[in-house]
Ligand binder design. Structure first.
Ligand code: FAD
Length: 776
């Protein structure tokens, strides 16, 4: 047998192992610059090189050629190009999971963000391409994919990518209109350019749990890739036929091939199942948890139930550890990071909050706050309809608790040096770019990581390795397993269980900081629509938001607020408290109160603006905080009218809705003012929880019902007078309901069927006359 030690893994391309009858030293290597000797009668070379050489062998190997005695594909791992287009890190995490699993499935994945266009070349790409894409905004590709999508949409010939075999996994949330549209856009462009699916597009729905589609889709992907690559394997095998035409004695071949076969066994990493199997043996009721349950509220999900508690589990393979963490006690003054390092590539402004008003009564279901930012000392510009993003920190006490729980209280001001573990097996391992160099532990957990995110199954799997108690470990394994998928969705996802919840409930779980850095996504900025016009309020930027509240529940016995809205509310509490309804800033300042500051940057919404032609009618639909941009529109319109008294202005309608007239009717006085001065032609309002006073008025509950009541006017303005239709606010239900009401209205008024009405609305969208600005 040939003296081989270890396994041969050559992961960059498919390599060929070639047995030769003469010693390697006698081969005229000038002809084989890319051959590498691994034994005195064995060489390896890239498959492509071998194909060329083998096919031209008679002409190039002279005068005394070595004789090929056998050939085999050494590298059974086929390359795939794995691209991701991520907005918040979901698509990236899925792509990374695929890349890590690839090895065990007999593939190697080159993984890139689609924005790294200099790293891959689809025009020349012959390997299968797998694309994972999220969706953002109103069915748009993620910001990172804009350039890529533009490129696909440029004037390329119809068959430009006809050589390309690809598969797409499109992520989205079916609660929003244009479900999974980011992936659909990319898919459509590739189809138009002649690329061919080797596997059906997957549509994963965050509304019900991405994993419901993602996991089976990934499983099926391997089968599809194997099927696709079978053809390529056959191509390699046919080389043996070519060799058979050469003068190789059968005896020589068979003796050498015997060795090669043995080598093949060693050289191949057998395709391990993605999942390893864990049996349920040895799991008993944990006395710690039992005691815990008696003395305090233990979340329901901690308790594993039959049949899951007794079943064998298929758990994901352990994620590769690739980050190394060291703490540096700085003798100099600790370098305190600024928020500016967190948003590279944008112009960030730090501005004071100069006004804070609660727009809702205390007994309202949700508390809406109105804040004013002073941007007069910045170069920030915006138009009504634009939004801006806020860099917000995690909740201070949660960060403190996390640091304590990690056992790092004495290191919170230490600088964290993060490096890549040398020779780790993680595909494309890189340092998290959203953690600035020389950050302290406290800074990282406060500003860089989304510590509230629901840990992915890979993270649960990794946590299990750092959990000493067998019951707790088993529970983490269950939640990460295929059999525990329903529990994962029901407990983890639906209740937004975060890392801190897990660490609270499972006392023997002690992950290292590196695990958090490897698994927690980047802390996202939060965006808000401007609720003002700079024409009306020069130097000011207004916005309005509901404080997001998550009341405690058996799964998570702790009250929480949204990361950003909770932080903003906390920041302005003294302003709200000091000055009842309206904040008089002078009073606050004279009371020694320092104005809170926010780091913001502009997020333009290029189409969601007032029409350039002022005579065009506008219909605005904005219930709840969705009214925000329309306040800006109306302020702007009022100024335009004052400045151009002779111009023609089209009708201006606003459909607004809230729960109660007296509790949460936002901007009531301002809207009445706009109506009184003629800026707003019609204000139509409905209250979903007030008993109807006028039962003859059709009893509208939601804005879509109001639209039906005024269907005649809506169609006239929109279709006959070439008006503009704007929708803003809750993207989950409202925008979809409004769209279907409008479809029905158009269908009825024009006497066309639903499909035709949908086409009319699609055309309006195309013409940028049906515009949406929706959020969750
Ligand atoms: P987060 O902490 O991010 O929570 C948000 C969601 O995550 C929750 O609704 C819930 O589904 C889930 N979640 C997180 N933690 C938990 C938990 N512990 N338990 C249960 N569920 C949980 N919002 C406005 O109010 N006004 C605006 O004008 C506005 N304009 C926007 C414009 C744009 C372009 C975009 C993209 C968004 C806009 N938003 C607006 C939404 C806003 O950006 C934030 O998403 C919102 O304020 C919530 O942020 P948060 O950090 O407080 O909540």
């Amino acid at each position: 047998m040939l003296p081989m030690s270890g396994t041969l893994k050559v992961s960059s391309w498919s390599w060929i192992l070639v047995g030769i009858t003469e010693k390697v030293g006698s081969v005229r290597t000038a002809h084989f610059p890319r051959f590498r000797a691994i034994h005195d009668r064995l060489v390896i070379c890239p498959r492509r090189v071998f194909l060329t050489v083998a096919l031209r062998k008679r002409t190039i190997i002279t005068p005394s050629p070595p004789t090929w005695c056998g050939v085999m594909p050494l590298e059974t791992k086929h390359r795939i190009l794995l691209l991701y287009a991520s907005q918040s890190g979901q698509a990236k995490a899925i792509a990374e999971e695929i890349a890590e699993t690839a090895d065990g499935k007999g593939f190697v994945a080159d993984i890139y963000c689609v924005s790294q266009m200099e790293q891959f070349n689809l025009e020349k790409e012959r390997a299968p391409v797998v694309i994972i894409s999220s969706t953002t905004g109103v069915g748009e590709v993620p910001d990172t994919a804009r350039k890529f999508a533009q490129e696909l949409n440029s004037d390329l010939p119809a068959n430009f990518y006809s050589h390309m075999k690809y598969a797409v996994l499109a992520l989205g949330d079916s609660n929003y209109s244009h479900f999974a549209n980011g992936g659909k856009i990319i898919d459509k462009c590739l189809q138009q350019l002649g690329a061919q699916h080797f596997y059906a597009t997957g549509y994963a729905d965050d509304g019900v749990g991405l994993e419901l589609v993602v996991e089976p889709w990934i499983e099926g992907l391997w089968d599809a890739l194997n099927e696709l690559c079978k053809g390529q394997k056959e191509e390699i095998n046919s080389i043996e036929n070519i060799l058979a035409m050469n003068d190789v004695s059968t005896a020589d071949r068979s003796s050498e091939l015997a060795d090669i076969e043995l080598l093949k066994l060693e050289a191949n990493v057998p395709p391990t199942a993605k999942d390893s199997v864990i049996s349920s043996v040895g799991v008993e009721q944990n006395p710690i948890v039992a005691g815990f349950q008696e003395c305090c509220q233990v979340p329901t999900w901690v308790q594993s139930e039959k049949p899951l508690s007794e079943s064998a589990l298929n758990i994901p393979s352990l994620p590769v550890e690739y980050l190394n963490v060291e703490f540096q006690e700085s003798t100099e003054q600790v370098y305190q990071q600024e928020c500016f390092s967190l948003a590279p590539g944008v112009t960030l402004f730090q501005v004071p909050v100069t006004k804070a008003i609660s727009l809702t009564r205390e007994d309202a279901v949700k508390t809406a706050l109105f804040l004013e930012l002073d941007i007069s000392k910045t170069s920030m510009m915006y138009e009504p309809g634009d939004a801006f993003s806020v860099i917000c920190p995690n909740n201070k006490s949660e960060v403190e608790e996390l640091i304590q729980r990690l056992g790092l209280a004495n290191k919170k001001d230490h600088v964290v040096e993060i490096s890549i573990i040398p020779n780790n097996k993680k595909k494309g391992a890189h340092l998290p770019e959203y953690i600035p160099k020389k950050s302290t532990l406290q800074f990282i957990l406060t500003w860089c990581l989304e510590i509230r995110s629901v840990p992915k199954k890979a993270c649960l799997r990794a946590l299990a390795e750092h959990t000493s108690d067998s019951f707790e470990k088993r529970r983490l394994q269950e939640l990460s397993s295929r059999q525990g998928a329903a529990d994962y969705t029901r407990y983890m996802r639906d209740h937004n269980i975060c890392l801190l919840d897990i660490l609270r409930a499972l006392p023997s779980c002690h992950p290292p900081l590196s695990l958090l850095l490897e698994h927690l996504p980047k802390l996202q900025v939060r965006s808000y629509s401007a609720a003002s016009s700079p024409k009306y309020h020069p130097g000011k930027l207004h916005f309005v938001f509901n404080i997001v509240e998550f009341p405690s529940c058996p799964e998570k016995p702790v009250d929480r607020r949204g990361v950003c809205t909770g932080w903003l509310a906390q920041q302005v509490t003294p302003m709200l408290q000091n000055c009842e309804n309206e904040t008089i800033i002078g009073d606050c300042l004279s009371n020694g109160f320092e104005l809170p500051q926010a780091s913001i940057f502009s997020r333009q919404n290029p189409f969601f603006h007032l029409p350039a032609v002022t005579a065009a009618p506008i219909i605005m639909v904005g219930p709840g905080t969705g009214v925000a941009p329309f306040i800006g529109f109306l302020q702007h319109r009022q100024k335009q009218k004052e400045e151009n008294p002779d111009s023609v202005f089209g009708e201006t309608w606003l459909f607004y809705g809230c729960r109660h007239h007296d509790r949460d009717y936002l901007f009531r006085n301002e809207l009445k003012g706009f109506q009184d001065n003629g800026t707003l032609t019609q204000l139509k309002v409905c209250f979903s929880r007030d008993l109807p006073k006028d039962t003859t008025a059709g009893n509208p509950k939601y804005v879509q019902h109001l639209l039906h009541l005024f269907a005649e006017d809506v169609t006239k303005m929109l279709l006959d007078e070439k008006g503009y239709f704007y929708v803003c606010g809750d993207g989950k239900n409202m925008a979809k309901d409004v769209a279907s009401s409008l479809t029905q209205i158009v269908s009825e008024k024009l006497g066309v069927d639903t499909l035709v009405a949908m086409k009319i609305l699609a055309d309006l969208r195309e013409e940028k006359r049906y515009l949406q600005d929706v959020w969750s």
